[in-house]
Write a protein that binds this ligand. Sequence first.
Ligand code: DGL
Length: 261
Amino acid sequence: MIGIFDSGIGGLTVVKAVMGKIPGYDIIYFGDTARTPYGSKSSETVIQYAIEDTEFLLNNGANIIVVACNTASSVATDSIVKKFDVPVFEVITPAVELAVESSRKMSIGVIGTRATVKSCVYENKIKAINAGAKIYSVACPLLVPLVEEGWINRPETSMIVKKYLHSLKVKQIDTLILGCTHYPLLKHIICRKIGKRVNIIDSSLGVADKLEKFLQEHPDIGSRLGKNGKSRIIVSDITAQFEKTAKATLRRNVVLEHARI
Ligand code: DGL
């Protein structure tokens, strides 16, 4: 099974991208809704949670791990790779590669949670490919709660997005990385506010591409993942709001299972 985890429900954007790119593979998703958000927590706490999330998925049949959460990908990937002997995918590297490929001026904006922006992981990875690139990062802590409240088409959300993107617009970036699970759900507003000329990089699509390529190159591992089109979505806390957000993200009826870790 492909194991995918996130701090909560937002990582279902990655599940959707994976289901769209490589349909049929069995997926087990863990959303740590009891301890969300991760984006405002310290690195030490996020690493501890990410290790527990990974252990949970491996104990429940996952053979490979996808860290859907940008915050956990930013600060915990090295610790997960060191601790567990399974293929691990994160959402940062694929987004960075797509951004560097598509940027003509090498003027790239990144938006994410406070923890992701503080980690400088996007800057470091982009600079490792192109030392001369200009990267401008903005933490957008209000966007996650707005998405979780379902305020996806509200004028207030548009105003807040506009405010966050203002400094990136002034810098005339030509590429913008959506460095958070929830932002693909605001893509329509982000595109409008940043302007049509800016390429938007959705990290959920990038990791699905990486996974597809990996499975083509490693058919032995691919054949060990079940391919019965089954998916389980497990969360550490269930509320009506989480169920609503899950349905809105996957655009279908979703049965959430509850588990304590
Ligand atoms: N999943 C987190 C991320 O992608 C956003 C929500 C949170 O802060 O936990 O960074």
